[in-house]
Design a protein around this ligand. Structure first.
Ligand SMILES: [Mg+2]
Length: 179
């Protein structure tokens, strides 16, 4: 039900058809570890992952745009069925424009979650802009919604819930789990 959310937020979320995620600091807590052979290790949140699957089940697509590249991300996106994966995108806006072209979506139908200054150009373009709770202040001040959860600690899951609740789909998600 949309009644719990401010009207302004509802207006921004209702048209959303794709959730675009930054990776480091959004899908992860921002830590980057290396194994002895130099392989990059990232930790992803299981509840975030389940949220992304729920989102897709409700017909809302998901994409990632990151300036880094890692095999760990490729694997995680494969597990979650995320097909729009932009890695090594130093200019995130270019990746975003490409995504619009490929999907035929209007900017108002897109949402983006970020945590740092490099995310601002895309955050300015999307219909629904989100910062994680531990994003830098300059980003938090310029978005439509700041999550209560931090990056890699349930922030993505929180955004998924907000989107599905506002769209009136949360009951459908809960149905199989209710006795
Ligand atoms: Mg980031």
């Amino acid at each position: 039900m949309a009644v719990d959310f401010p009207e302004e937020l509802v207006k921004k979320v209702e048209p959303v058809r794709i959730l675009i995620l930054d990776v480091d600091g959004v899908m992860t807590d921002g830590s980057i570890s290396y194994s002895d052979d130099g392989t990059e290790i990232k930790s992803f949140n299981v509840k975030d992952g389940h949220g992304i699957k729920l989102l897709k089940r409700c017909g809302i697509d998901c994409a990632v745009i990151t300036s880094r590249s890692s095999a760990a991300l490729v694997r995680r996106c494969g597990e979650l069925g995320i097909t729009h994966v932009y890695q090594g995108s130093l200019r995130k806006l270019e990746a975003y424009e490409d995504l619009l072209k490929r999907t035929g979506l209007d900017p108002l139908e897109t949402a983006y979650v970020g945590d740092d200054l490099v995310d601002l150009p895309v955050l300015r373009r999307v219909g629904f802009s989100v910062a994680v709770n531990d994003a830098v202040e300059e980003v938090k001040q310029r978005v439509d919604y700041v999550t209560r959860a931090s990056g890699g600690r349930g922030a993505v899951r929180e955004v998924v819930e907000v989107v599905l609740r506002i769209k009136g789909r949360w009951q459908d998600v809960m149905e199989p789990y209710e006795g």
